[in-house]
Design a protein around this ligand. Structure first.
Ligand code: GLN
Length: 320
């Protein structure tokens, strides 16, 4: 039947695009990421009725890294209201690398350009609900659990290495502290941000978050509005314009889905119901989670992006 055929297609595509992983490399700035097997490729797609279609190394675990920037942004909007958050972080793409420092001084008073780059994510981490870094990371974990249905763990090895090598992030945080955009201490913002980056997930976990975004903040399986439609749309616009680092333009042009990547090789994408083709396995939209640890020059999963492009084309998921 059709379900079996879709599974056969997906398995075939995964095996095909896995061969492209060779053209990329695992992130090498910390040992925990560098030692991962680069030829892995996995995908999970979750529909609103809980149907899951998955293939490849879809059960492999990896750390959220920059995908966490989407979650912290939504959590901050929930805690403080969108106007408060947007006063402290803009919604303009930069075209620069995610950890770039250069633009902070270009437009006074130095408001970070968007919450998907490190400067913006550090600002958002500093204003998450809670008085201490412990309470702030707890707000993040509680919000994650609401969407994914399980309390995630933090990879201590990744966190420790991130913490010890976070010189550029520390520089960004000090700059933001000086200009008044950091609401906590530098060390607190770094701890929250690097802990959220070190949260352990698999492809299905991030597909669930993509699904809630696809449904404008409504959790179709729990049947509960978790965040507002306004926040969901703002977040998806940010994903389209800034979610794939400085390859976001190419990603929008050639794939056409709101998506967010992380340097550990994860990609989360949201397929809204109204663009999903009736001939696809998910006529009512879905969330997609991919994992392929070999990344390209921008920091996006190489095989993961190619597989997502193929899926979006075959099943007509492009939102444009
Ligand atoms: N944790 C790393 C950093 O903040 C990488 C985040 C990412 O996925 N780009 O620099």
């Amino acid at each position: 039947d059709q379900d079996k055929r879709n599974q056969v297609y997906l398995d075939k595509w995964v095996e095909h695009y896995r061969t492209y992983a060779k053209e990329g490399q695992c992130a090498s700035y910390i040992p925990a990421l560098e030692k991962v097997n680069p030829s892995q490729l996995g995908v999970a797609m979750v529909g609103p009725d809980g149907t899951v279609l998955k293939s490849g190394e879809c059960e492999a675990t990896f750390t959220l890294q920059s995908i966490s920037k989407v979650i912290s942004f939504i959590a901050a909007c929930l805690d403080f209201g969108t106007p408060y958050v947007l006063d402290r972080v803009d919604v303009e793409p930069t075209g620069d690398a995610f950890n770039s420092i250069v633009r902070l001084e270009v437009h006074k008073p130095g408001r970070p350009f968007n919450p998907m780059i490190n400067a913006g994510a550090l600002t958002v981490a500093s204003l998450l609900g809670g008085r201490s870094s412990l309470e702030k990371i707890e707000s993040f974990l509680i919000f994650f659990e609401k969407m994914v249905g399980k309390r995630p763990s933090i990879n201590e090895e990744v966190f420790q290495s991130e913490w010890q090598t976070a010189h550029r992030n520390r520089a960004l945080a000090y700059y933001l502290k000086e200009t008044g955009f950091l609401e906590s201490t530098v060390e607190e913002a770094l701890e929250v941000y690097l802990k959220q980056c070190s949260i352990v997930v698999n492809t299905e976990d991030i597909a669930m978050i993509g699904l809630v975004l696809a449904y404008d903040g409504f959790h179709p399986i729990r049947r509960e509005q978790i965040f507002s439609k306004e926040v969901a749309r703002l977040t998806k616009a940010l994903m389209v314009t800034c979610g794939m680092y400085n390859a976001s333009g190419k990603f929008a042009a050639h794939i056409g889905l709101p998506a967010k990547s992380g340097v550990s090789g994860g990609i989360m994408a949201a397929v809204p119901a109204r663009v999903s083709s009736p001939d696809s396995p998910f006529p009512h939209g879905c969330g997609i989670g991919l994992f392929g640890p070999a990344i390209d020059e921008y920091g996006n999963s190489l095989a993961g992006s190619m597989l997502l492009k193929h899926i979006a084309r075959e099943w007509d998921f492009n939102i444009f």
